[in-house]
Design a protein around this ligand. Structure first.
Ligand code: ACO
Length: 409
């Protein structure tokens, strides 16, 4: 905080004034030391480290450690942390009966909202958000169990038996095995694909005060338990303007492909530009980035690697995405509004190539973002000055009036 920053609390107390800022376009809701974004430069740092370096030199569990504890682990800490997380990958057997209550064609995010909130019914030793030990064990449980829950939701949706975690695998490798192995055939994780999945997790791990993180903070500020707060984040992330965008982006690409592919991009772009159409270029635009999203660059690179490893270099959807990107980046509409591809533009193509069904994309985003939500929640609760979040409003309704008798209404 610089020397000339106004003490807003004092100002508020003295004048009784408050700001009106729909969508929080220029209101900071908290101080945070976790993630830094420079939207104009297209820079993203976790605890000061550039995302490019983390995505290249670290794995997801290192990133989790960094986000939670503020520093990267040394060798011993890395070993201990991996072991600790691995100790908690199983979920209570009762969870499968809870899961069975859902229709098999339920959207995985509907299921995840229930399952994550449901964890609080099983782990009574980690539900007191004001107790640092409870918060610590809840954090490990959530990070460890999310892959198991997402894989269970997937297996349930396709009518296959659940695959239990195998803890000598990496975090991403274990998740992929729980997704793709069956009791009849084990899954041999391919290094390039596992690394791609791990990178998806790293790139989605935190993104400062986005809608779902703010939801988790607000929910946690009431003193609710950590599982309930994270379930609120899952629910918020589901929306197509936020976590649902990768699913929407891939659906959009498939639709353009079905309607004629690269040749029809111009027509599609015209539709997007037509303000009466409400069609958006999904995977483009960002509230904070007014330059290329650095995660999108890394994801495009991963896309090349994965498609190359699978012999799918000529994947028509990837070609379409690159052509669409090129045309949009040269179009005056997108240039004037500083609309660039965001991470979701390419992550859907990568996940589809790995074999992840489209409907599971947002659940995987939730899996990865869980650590960011927890780190942000812990940062808020550990601050002795934290208060319940309670936005004000500008009331624009009817003035005081009397209830008329029913005959006169
Ligand atoms: N396609 C076409 N036009 C767009 C797009 C888009 N994807 N995004 C923004 N615009 C236009 C708006 O219509 C608006 O135009 P106007 O000034 O003529 O009215 C202008 O650009 C500014 O956009 P806002 O909606 O004010 O920007 P905001 O910061 O509120 O929204 C958001 C950001 C929600 C991400 C938006 O860009 C969007 O809906 N993008 C598509 C969905 C998407 O990809 N979401 C993923 C976000 S990243 C994430 O969650 C990991």
């Amino acid at each position: 905080i610089g020397p000339d920053v106004i003490d807003i609390r004092k100002l508020y107390g003295q004048t009784g004034k408050f700001t009106y800022d729909p969508g929080f376009l220029s209101t900071a809701s908290c101080q945070s030391a976790i993630t830094y974004i420079d939207g104009d430069k297209g820079e993203l740092l976790y605890r000061g480290y550039p995302i490019e370096q983390l995505a290249t030199n670290c794995d997801f569990l290192d990133t989790c450690y960094l986000l939670l504890k503020g520093e990267l682990p040394n060798e011993q800490q890395q070993k201990d942390f991996h072991k600790l997380v691995n100790n908690h990958t199983m979920v209570n057997e009762q969870m499968q009966f809870f899961l069975r209550g859902f229709r098999r064609d339920a959207h995985p995010m509907a299921v995840m909202t229930g399952l994550v909130g449901g964890l609080s019914a099983f782990y009574h030793d980690s539900t007191d958000i004001n107790n640092p030990q409870h918060r610590e064990i809840a954090a490990i449980r959530l990070i460890a169990k999310m892959p198991t829950l997402v894989a269970m939701a997937y297996k349930y949706s396709i009518g296959q038996p659940y695959i239990y975690p195998k803890n000598d695998l990496s975090y991403a490798g274990n998740f992929m095995r729980m997704m793709f192995a069956t009791p009849c055939a084990d899954y041999e994780p391919n290094d390039v694909l596992v690394r791609a999945m791990d990178r998806i997790f790293i790139l989605h791990a935190d993104h400062e005060q986005n809608a779902s993180t703010s939801t988790v903070r607000l929910c946690g500020s009431s003193g609710t338990n950590p599982f309930a707060a994270i379930a609120a984040g899952v629910a918020c992330l589901w929306g197509p303007a936020h976590g649902g965008a990768n699913e929407a982006a891939l659906n959009m690409l498939e639709e353009i492909q079905r309607n004629g592919g690269v040749e029809k991009i111009g027509e599609f772009i015209n539709q997007v530009k037509d303000k009466t159409s409400s069609v958006k270029l999904m995977g483009f635009g960002h509230r904070v980035y007014k330059n290329y999203d650095p995660r999108a660059k890394l994801m495009r690179e991963t896309c090349h690697e994965v498609l190359g490893a699978l012999g799918l270099e000529n994947d028509p959807l990837f070609k379409l995405a690159m052509a669409l990107e090129k045309i949009a980046l040269e179009d005056e509409y997108f240039v004037a509004r500083k609309l660039y591809p965001n991470v979701d533009f390419y992550s859907g193509i990568v996940q589809r190539a790995i074999g992840i069904p489209v409907s599971l994309f947002t659940a995987i985003f939730a899996l990865a973002r869980t650590v960011g939500w927890i780190a942000q929640l812990n940062e808020m609760i550990a601050d002795p000055e934290y208060k319940i979040g309670r936005p004000r409003q500008l009331y624009v309704g009817a003035p005081r009036r009397d209830v008329p008798p029913i005959q006169q209404r």
